[in-house]
Structures are given as structure tokens and as C-alpha cells.
Design a binder for this molecule. Structure first.
Ligand code: CO
Length: 213
């Protein structure tokens, strides 16, 4: 994309929006009530709104390399707390994608400097599922599977967050979903993860609600 085109594109975008609805920006300025928090990869090919056909105001978005939920990441924690406590989102989506460079880097260990600590979380996902991962001989299938298992583990990391648990017990929301975007076909795939069931297995370790006596 030509740099000079960007502001021209913006003018064109404004004109298109106003043509459909002359009050579009007046309405947009009034506030946001998104029902979804989307946590996805920073990869330029995985454009959150575009691939879901969503409009401005509909999705609260956080993106980082390989869609990770790291409990010491104050940026992520602030986003999740704001989304859950203030916006009261009904759904949190963790969306990974096949051919993810971050996942690939963790699959083939090398010293990547500043990226090492970030990618360590992905290596931990491999370790948690080492038996399954080591049993896959096909390199592409192994890569694809680590993308999926990473989504699953990041969904688990979401439930470990105190704000999420508090809201969950109080209102039953947010629902947590694990998705993968296939950059090879454009398809958005719901992994159909049973997050409640998965959490039940490790609840005694991570549940922050005081146990009833
Ligand atoms: Co990626």
C-alpha cells in the first residue's frame, strides 16, 4: 500500500460511511457497547474486523504476537479488566491462525533475543502437550496442532484471571471461545473447546473463589 494513499483512502472511507448514513460518525462518537473481546495475533494477514464482517463499535480488540495471554502482561490485564468489568462483554475470543510466525519460531528453538521471553509461553504450551506433539511426525500437522493447542491454553489463561472468574461466578459471562483463522483458505474455525470442562479439570489449582466448607 502506497503511503500517500492512506489519507486519501480515509477520505474515501468517510464518504462511503456518510453516504449510507449521514449520522454515522455522530452515532459512533456517542460510545461503544461491544459484546466481544477479541484477542488475536498481530499478524498483518489476520485482520480481526474484516474476517468477521464486523463494524466499528462491535468488537473490543487486543492483538499481540501469537495471541498470548500472559498473566504479568499489564497491557493484556488492563484490556481484559476493562472489557469484563466496564464493557461487560458477553464473549471473549482467542483467535489463533495457521502459519503463525510466532508459533513457528517456538517450534524450532533458536536464540531470538528480545523475543525469547515472549516465545517461552509457546514453548510451555508444547511442554504441556509434549506427548501429543512428539507423536505427530508430519511437520505441517505439528505446526497446525501447536497453533490449536496454543489457542486452548490461552483460553485457559483467560479463566485464570481474577476479573474473569468474578464475572463468571456472578453473571455466567463471559463465554470463552477458541478460534483459528486459516490464512490458506480464509476460513474462520471454531475449535469447539469445552472451556468449562477443561477448567473443571484444573479448578482446584486455579479457582480463586474460596472453597465452601
Ligand atoms: Co501469528
Amino acid at each position: 500500500m502506497n503511503f500517500e494513499r492512506i489519507f486519501e483512502n480515509n477520505k474515501q472511507w468517510i464518504a462511503e460511511k456518510l453516504e449510507n448514513n449521514p449520522q454515522y460518525f455522530e452515532q459512533l462518537a456517542k460510545g461503544q457497547t461491544p459484546e466481544y473481546l477479541y484477542i488475536g495475533c498481530s499478524d498483518s494477514r489476520v485482520t480481526a474486523e474484516d474476517l468477521m464482517g464486523a463494524n466499528p463499535g462491535e468488537i473490543f480488540i487486543h492483538r499481540n504476537i501469537a495471541n498470548l495471554v500472559i498473566n504479568t502482561d499489564s497491557n493484556l490485564n488492563a484490556v481484559v479488566q476493562y472489557a469484563v468489568e466496564h464493557l461487560k462483554v458477553k464473549h471473549i475470543i482467542i483467535c489463533g491462525h495457521y502459519e503463525c510466525g510466532g508459533v513457528k519460531a517456538a517450534l524450532y528453538p533458536s536464540d531470538m533475543g528480545q523475543l525469547n521471553s515472549w516465545l517461552q509461553t509457546l514453548r510451555d504450551v508444547y511442554r504441556l502437550h509434549q506427548d501429543e506433539m512428539d507423536a505427530i511426525t508430519d511437520a505441517q500437522k505439528k505446526f497446525d496442532r501447536l497453533v490449536e493447542l496454543n489457542v486452548q491454553e490461552q483460553c485457559m489463561n483467560i479463566i485464570k484471571i481474577d476479573h474473569v472468574q468474578r464475572s463468571w461466578y456472578k453473571t455466567g459471562y463471559p463465554h470463552i471461545h477458541g478460534w483459528v483463522f486459516d490464512v490458506r483458505t480464509g476460513e474462520l474455525i471454531d475449535l469447539g473447546l469445552d472451556i468449562t470442562g477443561l477448567f473443571a479439570e484444573v479448578r482446584k489449582i486455579y479457582d480463586l473463589k474460596p472453597l465452601e466448607k
